[in-house]
Write a protein that binds this ligand. Structure first.
Ligand code: NDP
Length: 266
């Protein structure tokens, strides 16, 4: 049964958004602000966070605070959760969205980078979710995971990144079942995104592919709706769902299309 999105439900909602100094996370912060939520945002760059917070307050956020943190550190994920719980007095939404920078290139054996990216894009998600779950249980809250079509369908030039997204889908897909079986109050939403026009993504694919990019502000709103309506999955844009299945239904066609979607000559 689908639940109607009601923006009123987000008025006063206590939200923690990661990776919100720029890109989709920044756009999510602005939407939550317009809906009158109480927000904590995090990323590494303090100055950028400060500017986002100021804009959130001008857009109508009931509260907007930031904490600078590095998700590659062992302790910062916990520090961020503690800060949000203390400042907001609990939590209704944990929106995990951050990603560490990674090259868009052929795999050349950089194991150390892959290990580090796993820490930032995956282990910090696990750590923050575990710490937040009891509080989300109390508030009948939601865990929102921002993933990618590359976490369902591998594509070239993204081996470390795709691994972290596959890991997220596996872990939070399993957690979804466990929470449902325990009749938990917490909803888990996994959001599968296609190419979105954020600066960091566009920088990588400009001149390399003609795959269409969709607006970050729309993607951000779709993620927020998915969390607020407690849906298990989002596919944005819609055809990412078809792409996710196509590699199993039509493997050779899919392989041909993927390998010919990029300008590359050996
Ligand atoms: P951006 O690169 O624009 O933003 C990434 C955010 O993460 C920034 O706020 C950055 O801030 C923060 N960040 C980077 N490294 C760290 C770190 N070590 N510790 C803490 N924060 C960090 O990403 P997008 O907005 O493009 O993507 C957002 C989400 O959407 C990601 O999960 C991504 O995988 C997903 N997605 C995006 C797609 C796209 O085409 N854009 C496609 C599919 C999925 P700072 O530098 O200040 O730390």
């Amino acid at each position: 049964m689908s639940v109607q999105f009601c923006s009123e439900s987000l008025k006063g909602a206590r939200v923690l958004v990661t990776g919100a100094s720029t890109g989709i996370g920044e756009q999510m912060a602005y939407h939550y602000a317009r809906f009158g939520a109480e927000i904590v945002i995090t990323a590494r760059r303090e100055k950028a966070l400060q500017q986002v917070v100021e804009k959130c307050l001008s857009l109508g956020a009931q509260k907007a605070l930031y904490i600078a943190a590095d998700m590659g550190s062992e302790s910062d994920p916990d520090k961020v959760v503690d800060f949000a719980l203390e400042k907001l007095g609990g939590l209704d939404y944990l929106v995990l969205n951050h990603i560490g920078p990674t090259p868009f290139s052929m795999w050349e054996g950089d194991v150390e980078h892959t290990r580090w990216l796993m820490k930032v894009n995956f282990f910090s998600y696990v750590q923050m979710s575990w710490k937040t779950l009891p509080y989300l249980e109390q508030s009948k809250g939601s865990l929102v995971i921002v993933s990618s079509v590359l976490g369902k369908m591998p594509s070239p030039f993204t081996a470390p990144y795709a691994s972290t997204k596959f890991a997220l889908n596996g872990f939070f897909g399993s957690l979804y079942h466990e929470l449902a079986m325990r009749r938990s109050n917490v909803s888990v939403s996994i959001c599968t995104l296609g190419l979105i026009d954020t600066e960091s993504a566009m920088e990588k694919v400009r001149g390399v592919t003609k795959i269409p990019a969709y607006p970050a502000t729309d993607a951000a709103l779709s993620i927020i709706r998915t969390g607020a309506t407690r849906q298990q999955e989002l596919y944005y844009p819609w055809f990412t769902q078809f792409l996710s299945y196509s590699k199993d239904w039509l493997p050779s066609v899919t392989n041909f299309v993927i390998q010919n979607s990029y300008n590359y000559s050996p």
